[in-house]
Design a protein around this ligand. Structure first.
Ligand SMILES: NC(=O)C1=CN([C@@H]2O[C@H](COP(=O)(O)OP(=O)(O)OC[C@H]3O[C@@H](n4cnc5c(N)ncnc54)[C@H](O)[C@@H]3O)[C@@H](O)[C@H]2O)C=CC1
Ligand SMILES: CC(C)=CCC[C@@H](C)[C@H]1CC[C@H]2C3=C(CC[C@]12C)[C@@]1(C)CCC(=O)C[C@@H]1CC3
Length: 333
């Protein structure tokens, strides 16, 4: 089974490519940029929104893993809609024309998150009716169109990871370190007792490949979404403190009230919106990131265990240790 990994030059995508190769699968990569060179992989450069770019990459492919997105923490509504919604419709149409049989979408557990506590969330929870940011808004649209595209000759499934971390992560660890270096990590938001799923990247990869292998005629996974987690919810600020201390930064010790910081983030968000025509500011503390830092949000992966035999293959502590080692270049000097 030849795979095409759309977004294969990104953080998760590259790990998926590496694992597929190590399991002996032939792999194509499609991405708008190239970040690596491997003689075993043909990298097709292009825009997933353009049929003429995508079709050549689909030749001889039987399974597509679509994990491309604009950067989740950017705030570009038009780009998110263009890539995550319109672009995904294009991928579905191209897959059907090229005779691809299976599609795995990298969705997000955040498609049901509206800023309030979610404890052991299940996949049957309704989509967020008021998504907190444009990224989440378009991940909901994206998952809907992919699962609706499931049919007797094109099998689709959505994998919903949460808080992916690991080597080459461009979002979580670098943003945490930058925030600490700017002196903005001296306080925890809230009481520090909110449980959150952080998922080591190789567990997310394992879930994707299991999902791809499980798709097929009459399969129970066809047309469904599955949470893939480490199955070890951890206090948000305990996780961040482990990363920070591992990179020789001080862990936050004092607390700021969640509602106070959330109110400040709302005001800042308004200023960012008003100033947008003049200057594009990307604050770290947005209503979404403040809620993620101050509320419970962890999910059940029981459905993935039952329907596709998923189990995390790397423990949280081992994943944290490997991540810290891989980011030694970001250690405090
Ligand atoms: N990082 C996280 O904590 C989580 C990520 N996800 C999902 O996982 C997937 C992968 O995320 P990451 O690896 O963190 O992101 P990333 O930003 O590292 O990788 C995304 C890749 O998509 C490519 N891309 C963007 N626009 C494109 C276009 N128009 N045409 C072709 N390629 C394009 C980028 O060049 C990049 O290589 C995404 O779908 C994201 O929504 C879901 C849950 C959590
Ligand atoms: C409060 C603060 C600035 C903490 C620093 C860490 C954050 C940058 C990460 C903590 C939780 C992460 C997270 C995501 C991005 C990075 C964090 C906000 C996602 C929004 C990435 C894309 C998704 O699909 C959902 C993730 C939820 C958790």
């Amino acid at each position: 089974m030849r795979f095409l990994v759309i977004g294969g030059c990104g953080f998760l995508g590259r790990h998926i490519v590496d694992e597929l190769l190590s399991r002996g699968f032939p792999v194509n990569v499609f991405d708008i940029r190239s970040t690596f060179d491997d003689g075993r992989v043909k990298i097709f450069l292009g825009d997933l929104c353009k049929k003429e770019d995508l079709m050549p990459a689909l030749e001889g492919v039987s399974a597509v893993i679509h994990c491309a997105t604009p950067p989740p923490l950017s705030n570009n509504r038009a780009l998110f809609h263009k890539v995550n919604h319109d672009g995904t419709l294009n991928i579905i149409a191209c897959c059907k024309e090229a005779g691809v049989k299976r599609m795995v979408l990298t969705s997000s557990a955040s498609v049901v998150y509206e800023g309030s506590d979610i404890k052991n969330g299940v996949e049957t929870m309704p989509y967020a009716s008021k998504p907190m940011d444009y990224y989440t808004e378009t991940k909901i649209l994206q998952e809907k169109v992919v699962l609706q595209a499931n049919s007797d000759d094109f099998y689709t499934v959505a994998v919903r990871p949460h808080g992916i971390f690991g080597p080459r992560d461009p979002h979580l660890v670098p943003t945490t370190v930058r925030t600490a270096q700017a002196g903005k990590m001296k306080f925890m938001i809230g009481n520090g007792e909110n449980l959150v799923d952080f998922t080591f990247v190789r567990n997310v990869v394992h879930g994707h490949i299991l999902a791809a292998e499980s798709l097929g005629p009459g399969s129970k996974v066809n047309g469904k979404a599955y949470h893939i987690t480490n199955d070890e919810p951890i206090y948000f600020w305990t996780f961040l403190s482990k990363i920070l201390v591992g990179l020789k930064y001080d862990a936050p010790k004092r607390h700021l009230p969640f509602t106070f910081i959330y109110f400040l983030a709302l005001i800042l968000n308004l200023f960012v919106f008003l100033l947008k025509p003049i200057k594009d500011i990307k604050p770290t503390f947005t209503p979404m990131t403040v809620c993620l830092a101050g509320t419970h949000h962890y999910y059940s992966s029981e459905a993935a265990k039952k329907d596709m035999g998923y189990r995390p293959i790397v423990s949280l502590d081992d994943g944290i240790e490997e991540t810290i080692r891989s980011f030694s270049h970001l250690s405090k000097k």
